[in-house]
Design a protein around this ligand. Structure first.
Ligand code: FAD
Length: 411
């Protein structure tokens, strides 16, 4: 048996590598399950919370967070939106409103929410608190199979520590060291575009409307934030994105004006400008004996439609349900037969979402006239037919899939 410098092996049932939002959603969803959980991250909690990113969150994410008792603490920091204003080159507007949203028992005001990483992650960290053991920051030195359990060798607080668990969850992002160690291959492709993001302060309030505008260069999203601010996610070719990140704020705003529109008056740049390359990625498997992948470790997609984090939160809730049921039946939670239940559930559902974001990006960033005709027809139908709008929204919010069963609705 391997031991750490102090001669100790730290035994757990589940070690979650990656304390981002999906990783900590899983930790919270396992609260009260009887499983001993440890969380490992390369960053200290306060460092991890510094990331500047804005997320659109779906009604299913709200329902999951309600189910694990997190919604009531995070909701005051989120901006609800009641309308999604979708357009193609500034025309053919379709408005999705609250009444087009999925009909669910806990029907919520609004059609979705927007929140900042810097607000959501610290709130989640505080709520997870002492329900798990934290190894953050820690350097993950080695993973090793020692018979059934997996041993994780970490450098933490100046010491080498060895954690042992029958299940290691890779919630460690797109480069996932856990996925690489488990030898799980991926497939996917890069796009010709990058995403430029920043936060703006408009002259007039956004009025709780989110915008998704399709331009030939790529989709452009305006996400309403608390205090009248807006986050933007602007998909444009790589070179253009890097150039616009570096120009002065006034030159940037001049370029932005035609795609943003004048509905909110004058704009001021409030946040730093960041550029992210965009990739589609799906791990060929989400599980191996003693290993499960969630969030960006398992998949990655184009940010159009704001899917990535929402999919990761669904992964976390689904895996928690599978593990809880396995515990109740007295099964080994690291057993491949148990973990495959999670894979059968999430792998195909995520694949549909990834391919849908790919299709949206390709169809709308294209000036080939038959495609232009088809998408305009599609938008006309969406505008005219409420059931079609409902169906589209149910798909984008995950309500067409199998939602995880949840414990309570304390939100
Ligand atoms: C421009 C842009 C806009 C987006 N907008 C939206 C949106 O509106 N809505 C939406 O749902 N999604 C959106 N996404 C997607 C979303 O950002 C990701 O899906 C989400 O952040 C993935 O979370 P994660 O925790 O799985 O991975 P990450 O956020 O990458 O977190 C991984 C964690 O693992 C840790 N880690 C990494 N390596 C190690 C290691 N070796 N040891 C220990 N820990 C490690 C990291 O420190 C980190 O805490 C957007 C993405 C982009 C690029």
């Amino acid at each position: 048996m391997t031991e750490d410098a102090a001669g100790q092996l730290h035994p757990y049932d589940v070690v979650i590598v990656g304390a981002g939002i999906p990783g900590l959603t899983l930790a919270l969803a396992l609260r009260g399950s009887g499983l001993r959980v440890a969380v490992v991250d390369a960053l200290a909690p306060e460092q991890a919370a510094q990331r500047s990113r804005v997320y659109a969150l779906t009604l299913l994410t709200r329902r999951i967070w309600q189910g694990i008792g997190f919604w009531h603490t995070v909701a005051p920091q989120l901006q609800p939106f009641h309308t999604i204003h979708l357009s193609d080159t500034g025309q053919n507007v379709v408005r999705f409103r609250s009444q087009d949203g999925p009909r669910c028992r806990d029907a919520a005001p609004g059609i979705g929410y927007v929140g900042e990483h810097q607000a959501i992650l610290p709130t989640l960290q505080a709520q997870v608190g002492a329900t798990v053991d934290w190894y953050c920051p820690a350097e993950l030195m080695e993973l090793r199979r020692a018979g059934r359990p997996i041993h994780l060798h970490l450098r933490h607080q100046g010491e080498v520590k060895v954690l042992s668990a029958p299940l290691v969850v890779g919630a460690d992002g797109a480069q996932s060291p856990v996925r690489q160690w488990a030898g799980i291959p991926t497939w996917g492709w890069g796009y010709w575009q990058s995403c430029l993001t920043t936060i703006l302060e408009p002259q007039f309030d956004h009025g709780g409307i989110a915008y998704e505008r399709f331009w030939p260069s790529g989709p452009f999203a305006i996400l309403p934030l608390p205090a009248g601010r807006c986050g933007i996610v602007w998909t444009i070719p790589h070179a253009e994105a890097h150039r616009l990140r570096q120009v002065t704020p006034s030159t940037f705003l001049n370029h932005l004006a035609p795609v943003y529109g004048s509905q909110m008056g004058e704009l001021q740049v409030q946040g730093e400008r960041q550029v992210f390359p965009v990739r589609l990625m799906q791990a060929r498997r989400y599980v191996a004996t003693g290993v499960a992948l969630i969030g960006d470790a398992a998949h990655g997609c184009h940010p159009v439609g704001g899917q990535g984090l929402n999919l990761g939160i669904r992964d976390a809730a689904s895996l928690a349900q599978v593990l809880r049921e396995a515990v109740q039946r007295g099964e080994d939670i690291g057993d491949l037969r148990v973990l495959r239940r999670y894979q059968r559930w999430r792998w195909p559902e995520n694949l549909w979402s990834l391919l849908f974001t790919d299709l949206l990006n390709r169809v709308f960033s294209n000036q080939f006239w038959p495609l232009v005709f088809l998408r305009r027809l599609g938008l006309l139908l969406l505008r005219a037919l409420t059931p079609l709008r409902r169906l589209a929204l149910a798909f984008m919010t995950g309500y067409l899939g199998r939602p995880p069963r949840l414990n309570d609705s304390s939100g």
